[in-house]
Write a protein that binds this ligand. Sequence first.
Ligand code: SAH
Length: 230
Amino acid sequence: MSFHATVLTLFPEMFPGPLGISLAGRALEQGIWSLEARDIRASSTDRHRTVDDHPAGGGAGMVLKPDVLAAAIDAAAHEGPRLLMSPRGEPLTQPLVRELAGGPGCLIVCGRFEGVDERVIEKRNLREVSIGDYVLSGGEPAALVLLDAIVRLLPGVMGKQASGEEESFEGGLLEHPHYTKPNNWEGVEIPGILLSGDHKAIAKWKQAQREALTRARRPDLWQVHESGKI
Ligand code: SAH
């Protein structure tokens, strides 16, 4: 079973983009996942191929029309949940990525302009997902971020399956620092414990580093981690 992503966008030429290269690109070639980018504009019905209109009640910018977007969604055979990339959506987190990667696929709607007509979100049951507290000019880079995070978790994509499990956010902590040869670089040594061969001590060191980093840099994550211990 492979993961199938359907993306609805006004700019299908943005896909697969960076996901056609390296890890994700290889997995795409191998058929571990598949991607269909569909042009929302193909669902417009008038002579001018209109996809947007002025916001009701006034205000700046344009809004994606509900009839056109709904027609695009209805025409797209797709697997799994329907997502809308949106700055007011639920934050994209590693547990959400894991949940999606465990399913058959997803449909991703990329907004443009000021966003999409609220009624499509309701009527087509779109789950709004945000990649962070900042505003992009379109949902396409957000969709690429989401798919990149999903694809690397699909079975067979990462060389060593285990490397997905020791990383940042798995277990609610940031990752410990990494080192590689040379042992002494610009006068700085690799921490001796990592060269000791004592696997138990190394695991303990990594865990302590993860805790210290998380506490210092992400008090929000640390608080959740601590409250989970009770
Ligand atoms: N007027 C909107 C922003 C529209 S930005 C507002 O203030 O909320 C245009 C499109 O870019 C959005 O429809 C959405 O699809 C995408 N987008 C912008 N920022 C995003 C973010 N942080 N996460 C996910 N998608 C985003």
